[in-house]
Design a binder for this molecule. Structure first.
Ligand code: 15L
Length: 274
């Protein structure tokens, strides 16, 4: 059985993945926070990936890395820099030094959040990040490209929409990713024999999708879920958006965060869950 390192394992997505991948892999779970209640087949390795020594320790001897760790919304530059630039670099570099070839990087819809909602985009469009967070995700994709081309690493980038048991609002009807579809994409990223550097969209088979996800389909992705059955209920509860720009662009309120404001502040609406 393969041993998979999941960083950021104490977070929401990490928690979904632990449940979905249980029994399929030996899971090494890492986070700066303690991991509560290990299940059978799980071990934990607490680490701060902003320290290269920690990154080297946790990546030793694994077959693949699912790098979920990082700052997950728009935030102050210092935090983005520490977790998503320095921490990410350390994970790639530690993987290279430890001979771990396969790395899955969860990038984000916010790497392309300044595309409009009336546009359908595929994996070949140039990035249009909507935030410092989005820029950090573009950095991660490009670092992956470098490590694939220069060092022969196998890098699978999933531009994740929004992972939740059910879509939570109108925007998320277009970019919802169910936990089981996330797990399917992660398994493709771990198992597909022919990955060099790939970008796919982490979305379910949503009828209202803004993405041409043919690259994921080419690699075998067959989403099981679609947000459409939830649409009537979700739209019935929707309140009108505060800012028309957030309605116009795929990135939603990340697009309008701090416009004309103070970039050192975390916008309250975007505060991440702990
Ligand atoms: C993301 O990239 C964030 O990590 C997540 O918290 C959500 O805000 C999601 O995007 C989204 O766009 O809904």
């Amino acid at each position: 059985m393969k041993t998979i390192l999941i960083t950021g394992a104490a977070g929401d997505i990490g928690t979904h993945l632990r449940r979905e991948l249980a029994g399929k892999y030996a899971l090494r779970l890492s986070d700066v926070r303690p991991i509560k209640k290990l299940a059978a087949g799980e071990t934990s390795a607490r680490a701060d990936i902003a320290r290269l020594t920690d990154a080297l320790r946790i990546t030793k001897g694994v077959d693949a890395i699912v790098h979920m760790g990082g700052f997950s919304v728009e935030g102050p530059w210092n935090e983005i820099l520490r977790a998503n630039i320095i921490g990410l670099y350390n994970v790639f570099e530690a993987a290279r030094r430890n001979g771990v070839k396969r790395l899955l990087f969860p990038t984000s819809n916010h790497a392309t959040g300044f595309y409009r909602r009336d546009q359908i985009i595929d994996h070949r469009v140039y990035p249009k990040p909507d935030s410092r967070y989005g820029v950090s995700k573009v950095f991660g994709e490009q670092l992956g490209s470098l490590y694939a081309d220069k060092y022969g690493m196998e890098v699978f980038c999933i531009r994740i929409g929004n992972v939740n048991p059910a879509p939570v609002d109108k925007r998320r009807l277009s970019l919802w990713l169910s936990p089981r579809d996330l797990a399917q994409l992660v398994q493709i990223g771990i198992e597909h024999p022919d990955i060099r550097f790939e970008i796919v969209y982490g979305v379910s088979g949503n009828k209202r999708s803004w993405y041409d996800n043919s690259n994921a389909q080419r690699l075998g992705y067959k989403p099981q879920d679609d947000s459409e059955p939830y649409a009537a209920e979700v739209l019935g509860k929707e309140k009108p958006g505060a800012d028309p720009s957030s309605e116009m662009y795929q990135g939603g309120n990340f697009v309008v965060a701090e416009i004309g404001g103070d970039p050192s502040r975390v916008t309250p609406k975007l505060k991440r869950k702990r």
